[in-house]
Design a protein around this ligand. Structure first.
Ligand SMILES: O=P(O)(O)OC[C@H]1O[C@@H](O)[C@H](O)[C@@H](O)[C@@H]1O
Length: 289
């Protein structure tokens, strides 16, 4: 992995680099954190605030190759979440090449702005659209996805900020705020379920109807990851469990014991009025238990 400096000052530095054979990306070093971003998918791969273990999980077997989504970090699922007709899972934007628009480094954080625009990318969603992503890496991490309908008629999208959080083991993790919330179980197809989530060991694939902040509590690592959503209506909690993970070639052996996906999601179609910008986002904070 060769790299060269794109931006540097007394507070931090951003290098351009290559992941795998040909995926261009950024290495971010700041007094408060380290991070990596892939321009393929516009995908945050890692974020590690000073004094903490890595917050995001990234598979060792993620093929950094065009045509396949990167497994780990925060894939952007857009313009649809989950399966849609015969279009496969999670839309096409996580397999598009984003452009780097700007870098700003100050005392508090490194701010990176990425953008992507497209038309006729996929027959199921051929409309013209523009996306912009503002990523602020500091003691906390803030991500805002701006979406613009670049046509003159109304469009709809669904989507997710599909965060893979690194954990000691899913069985040592709980997300208490979700215990009182009804969920749709994607594994059984049952809707409106309620159950205390005593741990996050897979197989688990649930859509929780809740739009407030949640805390992922890791009892073994004694840390809390708080995620505050912005304009998302659901949380998805996903871990494939061993039987499914073993069939997924881009999850390294035993990798399913190292992460829990807690995804800020709009799982149902949302309106994108013509010519307007709409956002969805999240802020992630880490603290000791
Ligand atoms: O393998 P993919 O397409 O990245 O999806 C991973 C998982 O993503 C989750 O968001 C979905 O709820 C799961 O059903 C899905 O299996």
């Amino acid at each position: 992995m060769s790299s060269s400096i794109l931006f540097a000052n007394q507070f931090g530095q951003v290098d351009k680099t290559t992941f795998g054979e040909a995926i261009r990306g950024l290495l971010i070093k700041h007094q408060f954190c380290h991070a990596r971003v892939s321009l393929y998918g516009g995908q945050v791969l890692t974020w590690q605030p000073e004094g903490h273990e890595a917050v995001l999980w990234l598979s060792d077997d993620s093929g950094f190759a065009p045509g396949k989504a990167i497994r780990g970090g925060i894939p952007l699922c857009w313009p649809w979440f989950g399966g849609y007709k015969d279009g496969g899972n999670h839309g096409f934007v996580r397999q598009q090449i984003w452009q780097l628009d700007s870098i700003d480094v100050d005392k508090e954080a490194v701010t990176v702005v990425l953008s992507w625009h497209g038309e006729d990318i996929h027959p199921l969603w051929p409309s013209a659209c523009e996306l912009r992503q503002e990523l602020v890496f500091g003691k906390e991490f803030r991500q805002t996805l701006y979406m613009k309908n670049a046509t003159d008629s109304e469009l709809e999208y669904s989507g997710a900020l599909h965060s893979y959080f690194a954990v000691s083991a899913p069985e040592h993790v709980d997300i208490r705020a979700l215990n009182q919330v009804s969920f749709d179980d994607k594994l059984t197809g049952e809707k409106g379920q309620k159950e205390t989530l005593a741990h996050c060991r897979g197989p688990l694939d649930r859509i929780y109807h809740y739009d407030k902040a949640v805390k992922l509590v890791d009892r073994q690592w004694q840390r809390i990851i708080e995620v505050v959503p912005d304009n998302t209506r659901q949380w998805v909690v996903w871990n494939p469990g061993t039987a499914t993970a073993e069939k997924m070639p881009d999850i390294h052996r035993g990798g399913e014991h190292e992460f829990v996906c807690l995804e800020a999601v709009n799982s149902q179609w949302q309106k994108l009025p013509p010519g307007c910008w709409v956002t969805m986002g999240q802020t992630i904070r880490v603290s000791a238990l």
